[in-house]
Design a protein around this ligand. Sequence first.
Ligand SMILES: NC(=O)N[C@@H](CC(=O)O)C(=O)O
Ligand SMILES: [Zn+2]
Ligand SMILES: [Zn+2]
Length: 347
Amino acid sequence: MTQTLTLTRPDDWHLHLRDGDVLAAVLPDSARRFARAIVMPNLRPPVTTLAQALAYRESILAALPEGLKFEPLMTLYLTDNSSADEIERAKASGFVHAVKLYPAGATTNSDSGVSAIEKVYPVLERMEKIGLPLLLHGEVTHADVDIFDRERVFIDRVLAPLTARFAGLRTVFEHITTREAAQFVSEAREGVAATVTAHHLLMNRNAILVGGIRPHHYCLPVLKRETHRQALIDAVCSGSPRFFLGTDSAPHLRSNKETACGCAGCYTSHAAIELYAEAFDAAGALDKLEAFASFNGPDWYGLPRNRDTITLVRKTVNIPEILPCLPGDPLVPLRAGGTLAWSLEGV
Ligand SMILES: NC(=O)N[C@@H](CC(=O)O)C(=O)O
Ligand SMILES: [Zn+2]
Ligand SMILES: [Zn+2]
């Protein structure tokens, strides 16, 4: 049995860092594991301009403790009113690596998202031309579509037509959760990829509902049934370069999770690469982890692979019940009070 695993340092291609006190609380967890991350722009207010993205980048770098290195790769939040020229300026800055499309109302802080895809066609055309990737929260929001079907319906109604219409637009289907999504990406045209979270590789929807309701397992897209989890495992272990690591670690204060109407999002940055190792190990595919975590993402984004390494050791470690954040209002990490099968050397 493999006891230690040395990997090229990984990157996180889908991360929520928030701002203010939450940013300061969560950033070290990511920076200890990952060299870089694609930072999601769904702040309040959303990051819609180059100036906002640069200011946000500065605040992330300012929140980084001494001795830790980390490169935030910034994104812009697409709205019905986004300007193609602003997006071109953002790409030219070298600091903005993608544009994120949230269907309006689909998820946390998506109220300013896109209300109808046609509204952003001019911007998508420009992105296609200049080679700036589009990142998608892939769920429809129509009230008549069951929450467990929202990703699958998004493929038929939005993603398939979009990737056909903009045949050169580089597109990431973020945090995929279904067999249909894995299959779509595997068979899609060149330039279409997907991120997969650790929690969607490790849990199915029973984890939200069996034996009591578990708000810390509630995220969007919501966990699906076991056959879908298995399809995601098959996809990431297939060796296809189209699938790469994106934690979608999405911190919310405990008071906003443990309440009558709790926020969507799982906090996983405290143990991100360890959790992925567990998922790949359980599938007998530890040898596929490095490409998924450390090669496929930078290759797809056209960035250099990292040169340093991290080492994981097979050793049971405890996960704290809470991570301090605001006075009296901590974060509750995934698997709080439980254990991890792999630990990161030097942390
Ligand atoms: N994944 C989630 O459940 N929540 C994310 C938003 C998102 O990525 O959809 C968040 O910002 O909290
Ligand atoms: Zn999302
Ligand atoms: Zn997300």
